[in-house]
Design a protein around this ligand. Sequence first.
Ligand code: PLP
Ligand code: TYF
Length: 387
Amino acid sequence: LFDGLTEQPSDTLLGLISAFRSDPRPGKIDLGVGVYRDNEGRTPVLRAVKESERRLVEGQLTKAYLGAEGDVGFVEALMPVIFGLQPYGARLCGLQTPGGTGALRLAAELIARARPGARVWLGTPTWPNHSQIMASAHLAIEEYPHFDVTTQRLRFDRVMAAIEAANAGDVLLLHGCCHNPTGADFDDSQWIAIARAMASRGVLPLIDLAYQGLGRGLEEDVAGVRATLDIVGEGFIAYSCDKNFGLYRERVGALYALSRSTGQAGIVQSNLLALARANWSMPPDHGAAIVRIILEDATLAADWRTELSDMACRMREIRTLLAQAKANLAPIAHQQGMFSTLPLTPMMVARLRDEQRVYLPSSGRINIAGLTRDTVPAFVRALLWLA
Ligand code: PLP
Ligand code: TYF
């Protein structure tokens, strides 16, 4: 049975975690996997999450099955956070998924089922899992450059050209905010232009929203998402709560689909539920219940917003410090969220690791939250040493 298998590469990002851990050198800096860290280098459980979990443990009376849609209260409580107070009524359906990854997987399978010949357009560089997930769902992938790492310029012209080249029914995968791995987001007027072009070409948006609130702010970060759905009138949001609630290993996500009519939305939902049953049957409950309890309690929700905004603020401060410390890091101050990608070769990345104790993936991506006020100077010195 297993004779036909060949060895597969491991995830290089996740591999960095163990490489960093086993390095005994003091003063080592980890800019690898995308996990938020505070100014002391810790990834603490958020205050509101701790309190919500305490209430959950005390108040939960049963662990009986919920169903393929997961925690409906969670799915609904997130809606105003993502879509605002004028959502789309019954044209919008959604279900809980195992992380944003599960949401992307389900969207991909629904696209393959609804439109077998559809192509998915990916702006590169992007999160490596995007192409794996689309390929696993047997979707054809088309790539175009989203960002030029050498010049640190967003290629808005190329996304517009991709939409022009797409067929009606193709899908454009967009990062809702805090682009992984470049931090290069569209501005509000670019979002509107992209959405109008998609609407006129019949191209469908699949928006990966994994970092809401970690960029400019909870509302600001979804302005482009909302404009796109308003203008195109149809599309998917693959949502992750794993970064903005710090729940990573709990695997908390949701997939929302906006349809053209309420009748169509019912059919879409029934297909999503059938696909979920064939994949994981039902999503894990704990993390979604934590998020629901927070969002349904005004005090806990306010505390979550404060702590989230503190995290975003800290990353903006690091961005400013980097931009001030070295002229060619200036673009970092205008990028959003947890990541930027520096024009470093794999050889340079290896030298940074071996000789300067700085860990990052060979792509040159840095996790901004891996730096603190105190370690920015050492990192900048390491970059100057390279040159
Ligand atoms: N999309 C992007 C761009 C991500 O960086 C991540 C991070 O893991 C995800 C989706 C998936 O999130 P989750 O960990 O909830 O599956
Ligand atoms: O890009 C990152 O670092 C995060 C975490 O297979 C991650 O999105 C990385 C790799 C992976 C799953 C999550």
